[in-house]
Ligand binder design. Structure first.
Ligand code: HEM
Length: 478
């Protein structure tokens, strides 16, 4: 990333600033007075890459369309040029396969699923899975999403007045609840609390990078992170195996499916007629939790935080929710454009997945530069969405830029929270519907406020999360 001595923004701890009456988003202001110089391959740089990769981006990355850099063992190109991004992700995706490291750090249990496969196995699964996340199927899941949101606000209503909540933890639990209801209409069997605890433990381990994965050791070598959690992992996997076996026993056609598991069991590749093995079904259920839980929770967390800083947009979302958020809920998200614009805008400065990587499988030209075979291509929504050349006032929180009739439309390849091209997020429609319905439900009943003395700063782990607990009060509305 930082290939030469440049200013890296490492120490900007500002929570929020008002500049000429505009709310400025904390994070990376390229002209930050706090900019720190980090020389190539300094210990500080290595530490920053390990601790919080977004702190390695330099002013140059936010201004230049392409930045070439690298490590002693790999050449890296950071792309922010829309036509070049389109070439890599959409026009010639086969020349730019997913980066091997990305796949290596996926838990072994996820490698048979959509995120872990490649080539014909991936293509066949993607075709078979497409109907699960089509508009019709996603609309049918709206009531389950609304129910989960209503249960959450009911729980909050019973809290002591003025009590603070860690919104990040609340949204994690909510997103897990939505996925569980959508995938298993009757729950996961067994004692719900034990299974829930096992599930939380499983994903805590599945998302952790183990040193053995980085070293590329075979899956047969037990990972220290997983060894410690082996009982928890077993409980969750057993519950999952039972649910799949039960689903196979009372097999249903796709048009009578009660949940995503039924649809998954009935799914067939339309080109070959091939269904999925139990191992593939299981890996994909795990993949949906893995790819869909923390990401959606993070988008909601940032959206609530941003609204807490913007009374004007809070009022707009609350008015819209009062007017439009009524049963039946299928189609509700379409009636909530202002809420949806807040979600879209929240994912701009705080994209849940801060980086998408590919590897050039051949020599090629990108944005006027010759790119050597083997180069790692980094497309970072975090940098792209704050890029000085692509956005008007990138540090300003302005959901209006995503509303119909906005003065300047957003370039398709300048805004990529879900990626683009054949490997684009398959769950984008699901996530957007969930986030819109949940945010509207929360805002209909509460006004969020940040607790005093909070430092808000993004941290890139699996997703881009608030680094510290995000303590807020949720004041019930009259
Ligand atoms: C706000 C929430 C979400 C965001 C921001 C997000 C973003 C992304 C991104 C950036 C990718 C990788 C694209 C690439 O490498 O080109 C991806 C892939 C994927 N996402 Fe999501 N995602 C979200 C929610 C979900 C949900 C709810 C599900 C499923 C229930 C899901 C399932 C997947 C799967 C299976 C893939 C792999 C697709 C493939 O390789 O063909 N995601 N997502």
């Amino acid at each position: 990333m930082c290939s030469a001595a440049r200013s890296c923004i490492l120490t900007n701890k500002i929570a929020w600033t008002w500049v000429n009456d505009e709310l400025r988003i904390p994070g990376i202001s390229a002209a930050s007075a706090d900019a720190t110089v980090v020389p190539t391959w300094s210990r500080a740089l290595v530490k920053a890459i390990i601790n919080n990769p977004i702190e390695c981006w330099t002013e140059e990355h936010f201004r230049e369309p392409v930045v070439v850099g690298g490590f002693p063992f790999a050449r890296v190109v950071v792309l922010c040029e829309p036509a070049a991004i389109r070439k890599v992700l959409v026009e010639t995706p086969n020349a730019y396969p997913k980066n091997i490291l990305e796949r290596r750090i996926l838990s072994a249990r996820l490698r048979e699923g959509l995120t872990g496969t490649d080539g014909e196995q991936w293509a066949s699964q993607r075709r078979a899975l497409a109907p699960l996340f089509g508009r019709k199927a996603v609309l049918q899941l709206a009531p389950a999403m609304a129910e989960a949101a209503v249960e959450l606000v009911d729980r909050w209503r019973h809290r002591r007045s003025g009590e603070t909540l860690d919104i990040k933890i609340e949204m994690d639990a909510l997103a897990l609840d939505v996925l569980t209801r959508s995938i298993f209409h009757a729950g996961l069997g067994g004692d719900p609390q034990t299974v829930h605890a096992a599930m939380v433990g499983f994903f805590a381990v599945a998302g952790r990078i183990d040193l053995f994965d980085l070293l590329g050791l075979p899956d047969a070598v037990p990972r220290i992170t997983q060894w410690r959690m082996r009982d928890v992992l077993r409980t969750f996997e057993r519950a999952l195996d039972d649910a799949i076996a039960q689903g196979r026993r009372d097999r249903r056609p796709a048009d009578a499916a009660r949940d995503l598991l039924d649809t998954l069991l009935a799914a067939k590749d339309p080109e070959t007629g091939r269904g999925m093995s139990d191992a593939e079904v299981k890996a994909n259920v795990l993949t949906f939790f893995f790819a869909g839980q923390e990401s959606t929770a993070t988008a909601l967390t940032w959206a609530i935080y941003l609204l807490s800083q913007s009374p004007g947009w809070s009022a707009r979302v609350q008015a819209e929710a009062e007017r439009e958020l009524t049963s039946p809920f299928d189609g509700a998200a379409d009636r909530l454009p202002q809420t949806r614009a807040v979600i879209d805008e929240a994912m701009r400065p705080y994209p849940p997945f801060a980086g998408v990587t590919r590897t050039a499988s051949r020599r090629d030209e990108l944005a006027g530069r010759m790119i050597a075979r083997g180069t790692m291509i980094v497309i970072s929504p975090y940098v792209l969405h704050r890029h000085r050349m692509l956005w008007d006032a990138p540090d300003r929180f302005d959901p209006g830029r995503f509303l119909d009739g906005a003065p300047r439309t957003v370039d398709r390849y300048a805004y990529l929270p879900f990626g683009v091209g054949p490997r684009m997020c398959i769950g984008a429609g699901f996530a957007l519907q969930e986030a819109t319905i949940v945010l509207a439900t929360i805002m209909k009943h509460f006004t969020p406020a940040l607790a005093p003395d909070q430092t808000v700063w993004p941290l890139q782990r699996f997703t881009l999360r608030p680094r510290d607990p995000l303590m807020m009060t949720m004041t019930p509305r009259a």
